[in-house]
Design a protein around this ligand. Sequence first.
Ligand SMILES: Cc1cc2nc3c(=O)[nH]c(=O)nc-3n(C[C@H](O)[C@H](O)[C@H](O)COP(=O)(O)OP(=O)(O)OC[C@H]3O[C@@H](n4cnc5c(N)ncnc54)[C@H](O)[C@@H]3O)c2cc1C
Length: 416
Amino acid sequence: MRDYDLVIIGGGLVGGSLACALSGQGLRIAVVEAVAATAERQPSYDERVIALSWGSRVIFESIGLWSAIAPEAEPILQVHVSDLGHFGLARIDLEDAGVAALGYVTPARVMGMAIRAALAAAPDVDLLCPARIIGHRVAGERVELEIMREGECLRPRTALLVAADGGDSPVRQQLGCEIHEVSYGQDAIITTVTPRHPRVGVAYERFTDTGPLALLPMTEGRYSVVWTCRSEQAPELLMRSDEAFLERLQARFGYRLGHFQQVAPRQAYPLRLVLTRNPVRSRVVLIGNAAHTLHPVAGQGFNLGLRDVAALAESVVQAVRAGADPGGPAALADYRAWRGTDQERTARLTDLLARGFANPWPPLALARDLALLGLDLLPPARRRLARRFMGIDGRLPRLARGLTLERVDVTSSPSG
Ligand SMILES: Cc1cc2nc3c(=O)[nH]c(=O)nc-3n(C[C@H](O)[C@H](O)[C@H](O)COP(=O)(O)OP(=O)(O)OC[C@H]3O[C@@H](n4cnc5c(N)ncnc54)[C@H](O)[C@@H]3O)c2cc1C
């Protein structure tokens, strides 16, 4: 069986994006994915709609995927944040961002199909699908893998193993990594609605006592709904008739967009926080949801995972150009030092929003409403928050700055 420079377990949104980013860099890459792209229940490319940050758009552009995604991506021009039953309100506008859009609302399936098409056309990427990792063992400068594909056990070796195999990461379990895991006791109900008076480019995040309710503008005047409820309420919200569901949604959201007229099928996702204590091991790196599964409030999870992709691709290419091996200590130490802060800060911020805004304790409700008002009145604070959510602050990888990996200058620092 072949020797690879890099084997990625999980060809979902994050793992597939990493393979696309590194294709063309002279590396031999394999992607091992358990579920066919066309499967009805592909766990990564399902009916979810993802709010892509501006920074993620730039990364997709840099790796050549944006042109396939753009036709289905609806720009977000304003975000309207409110607190149900309280006075707190803030608006984040384009002027706070200084770019063409705050972000883009994009169906996960569209991104998944763009990634799969690029992988199928990449001569340096072997896509093993459907196939699953059974086990792995670090042996000197190689990781020895056991992969099960169509009843056959393959035993490839690789210099670097990347686990992008999702929130229940089998690789993480094989490694016995320590995790911090908390259930929010909430489910996100997702669906699509058509309101009578859509507002072009306006996204809404409304905090309620059961969690945030987001309405995100889509193409053709539709809105994607991410409605967080207590887990025990989810079965009833799923089983309601369309009319009864829209009535409840209308009562929660109000009439800013007029009457909701149509609703698509609904799905529920139990919400939890899972943080892997040490996602960088000897010759093994966990990225995306395998490293950090977040609450969907403020739409940060995939965007954070895509920043992992851009930084890891740069660290690996930088190491290889300097004559080091792609899974060796130089590449991984750089990546570990780079990503820790962003991962921790984003996890902390989403956790704070998810818990702080669902808590009805009056002093806390007052404090958060004052914070929202302050945000609305203070442009510099708004700008800072906008840049954070848009993935354009801190040390940005080359791909997030619209640059290619090819031109990495090995004599300068990785950020240069
Ligand atoms: C309701 C909801 C709304 C969200 N909205 C947003 C948003 O607006 N913006 C945002 O940035 N994020 C959002 N997220 C988060 C986002 O969906 C995830 O962060 C993202 O899907 C993670 O991608 P991933 O590739 O890391 O993991 P996954 O999407 O879980 O993909 C893992 C892949 O690994 C494969 N796999 C698993 N086990 C194996 C194995 N043994 N062998 C081989 N392959 C395997 C799976 O088949 C899958 O394809 C949302 C999440 C939820 C639940």
